[in-house]
Design a protein around this ligand. Structure first.
Ligand SMILES: NC(=O)c1ccc[n+]([C@@H]2O[C@H](COP(=O)([O-])OP(=O)(O)OC[C@H]3O[C@@H](n4cnc5c(N)ncnc54)[C@H](OP(=O)(O)O)[C@@H]3O)[C@@H](O)[C@H]2O)c1
Length: 338
């Protein structure tokens, strides 16, 4: 039995990690921390966990020794806390942006401050098992990727070497912003919107460049969803591709990946990936279309931001480190209709 703590457990990602851990009989959840809800039941913040745990939130300053720590703190917080976390667990999986980049200068450029533990940055592999499986297993740590970055990287990666120019258009649900309320998340202001949220210079560009070698042009919109990301990646290529070529790139990159599905039906309404259909699951659904009028390949990518975009990838990394089946605890298919 592996023991688990969740740091920053009153937030959306922490709650999702708790749900995943509590569904497994080979893991014991021993601690969930929060300052704002200290002493309250974990299910007071995460009502879906009623009847599944009697744990109460404990202080982030009184950590127990465990096998795995999942850290779900805001970025700019876990970099200074990481040495302490590592003194309490052999394995740490961080879901913040603090350990995704491996160059302190790049981190400073995008996050506007110096990293508090630059010497640890390279010890955290980027937490996409599809790209870094053996490194994650070897180092026993991972920095789970950003949610918009996950949907973009997985869609772009197979084509990175033939991509000449890449334009990314991403639509994200409200839970991607976390639990803290703001003017823009107030219901009358958020409901029904299609709002350009990061028209240029989204921070995830840095992760995408690091992982694919492609500096993308990128715009993100906030849309009317709670969970989910739909990313459209326009890839200009130097040569005309056939459908068979595109399938070849996808199959050779992801042939045996358990969580990547290529969605491409010739008829019906489910011809392309849709985030609604995979809410709660760890899938990344990919689809594509070739533009007959130009050398443009359009790739569609859908994920649940809290699952494949955060907690699901984090648990997948844990499974890689444990050496168990990578799909363990992540078998949920999503619901239809929903
Ligand atoms: N939401 C997503 O879709 C998503 C996807 C990928 C990655 N991420 C990343 O994952 C992390 C968690 O995201 P989230 O959406 O769960 O955020 P959230 O809902 O805002 O939760 C953040 C958690 O951190 C705790 N916290 C805040 N400041 C703290 C501090 N100084 N020291 C200790 N604990 C502190 C909060 O609880 P208390 O204030 O009660 O302590 C809360 O439990 C973030 O870094 C985020 O960027 C989020």
């Amino acid at each position: 039995m592996n023991t688990v703590s969740i740091i920053g457990g009153s937030g959306y990602v922490g709650g999702e990690v708790a749900r995943l851990v509590l569904m497994r009989d080979d893991l014991e959840l021993v601690q969930v921390t929060s300052s704002s809800t200290l002493g309250e039941h974990v299910h007071s913040a995460h009502p879906n966990l009623r009847g599944r745990t009697d744990l109460r939130f404990t202080s982030p300053d009184e950590l127990k020794d465990v096998d795995f720590i999942f850290s779900a703190l805001p970025h700019g917080t876990s970099d200074s806390k990481m040495k302490d976390l590592l003194s309490h667990a052999e394995h740490v999986i961080d879901t913040s942006a603090d350990f995704r980049l491996n160059d302190p200068e790049v981190y400073r450029k995008w996050y506007g401050h110096d990293h508090a533990s630059p010497e640890l940055m390279e010890s955290f592999p980027y937490g996409l098992p599809e790209l870094h499986r053996s490194e994650i297993r070897e180092k026993g740590r991972a920095a789970a990727p950003g949610c918009v970055a996950t949907s973009t990287i997985l869609g772009l990666f197979p084509f990175r070497e033939i991509a000449q120019r890449v334009l990314v258009d991403s639509k994200i649900g409200s839970s991607a912003a976390g639990k803290t309320v703001s003017d823009s998340s107030h219901h009358p202001e958020r409901s029904g919107v299609i709002r350009p949220y990061a028209p240029v210079d989204h921070r995830h560009r840095a992760e995408i460049l690091q992982e694919t070698g492609v500096d993308v042009m990128m715009t993100v919109h906030a849309v009317e969803m709670v969970r989910g990301i739909s990313t459209t990646i326009h890839i200009e290529i130097g040569e005309k591709l056939t459908e068979k070529d595109v399938w070849g790139y996808l199959r050779s990159t992801y042939g045996k990946e358990p969580f990547i599905r290529v969605i491409r039906s010739q008829k019906g309404i489910f011809r392309y990936p849709e985030p609604k259909l995979i809410a709660g699951s760890n899938y990344c659904d990919l689809g594509f279309e070739l533009d007959p009028n130009s050398n443009r390949l359009v790739v569609f990518s859908a994920i649940d931001n809290l699952m494949k975009g955060a907690a699901g990838s984090a648990m997948q990394c844990m499974n890689v480190i444990m050496g168990c089946d990578e799909t363990k605890g992540l078998e949920f298919t999503g619901l239809h209709p929903i």
